[in-house]
Design a protein around this ligand. Sequence first.
Ligand code: AP5
Length: 204
Amino acid sequence: MNIILFGPPGAGKGTQAKELITKFGIPQISTGDILREAIANKTKLGLEAKKYMDAGNLVPDEVVVGLVEERLKNKDCENGYILDGFPRTVVQAEALDKIANIDKVIALDVPASEIVERITGRRTSRKTGKIYHIKYNPPVSENEEDLIQRDDDTEVAVIKRLENYEKQTLPVLEYYKEKNKTTIVNGSRKPEEITKELIEILGK
Ligand code: AP5
C-alpha cells in the first residue's frame, strides 16, 4: 500500500505517520526528515537545502525527486510506504508517477488560522524523534526528552511556508483529485480521533 499523507505545514502529517507505520508496518518517508538529516550531517546537499528551508521555501524539485527515487529503492519499501511531505509540486507528482503507483492520497484539512500556533509550539525529542506541542501535547518530562525546536518553525518562516503551500502545493491536491485517489480528512480534531479515521480508511 503506497500512501501519500498530504496537508499544509503543521497539519499533523508527521504525528499521524508515526501512528500509521506502527499499525501497518510500512516506513514513513518524510522528505523534510531526510533533508534535516542531511543538514545535521553537514553534507553538501544539506548545507544547500538549509538556505531554502530556513527561509520557508521549497527545495528545488530535482533535488527532492532524486532523494525520493533513491529512498524508494530500499528493501523496506517493498510492501509499501507512507510519503509525508512529498510530492509538493505538480512537477514532483508527475515525477513520482514515473517511479511509483500511488494507491491513496489522504489530505489532512486544517485551517491556516490553527497552523501558526501549532508550528511555533512544536518541539521534537532529540532522543526519540517524537513530536510534541508545548500546549496540546507536552512531554511528561521536558529535560528527559531533550526537546529541540526546528530552525524553520519561526512565525516568519511559517507564514512563508503557508504562502508557498497555497501557491505551489495545493495544485497537487487537484492533480490527485482528478485521479480519484483522494480522501479529505478533518485534521482539526484530537490526534487519536484522526488516527482512528485514517486506519479505517486505509484498512478498506
Ligand atoms: P517538512 O518537514 O515536510 O515540513 P511541513 O510539510 O512544513 O510539515 P511539518 O513537519 O511542519 O508539519 P506536519 O504536518 O508533519 O505536522 P506535525 O505532525 O509535526 O518540510 C520542511 C521543509 O523542507 C519545507 O519547508 C521545504 O523547505 C523542505 N521540503 C520538504 N519536503 C519538500 C519537498 N517535497 N519539496 C521541496 N522542499 C521540501 O504537527 C505540528 C505540530 O502540531 C506538533 O507540535 C504537533 O504536536 C501538533 N499537532 C499535530 N496534530 C495535532 C492535532 N490534531 N491537534 C493539535 N495539535 C496537533
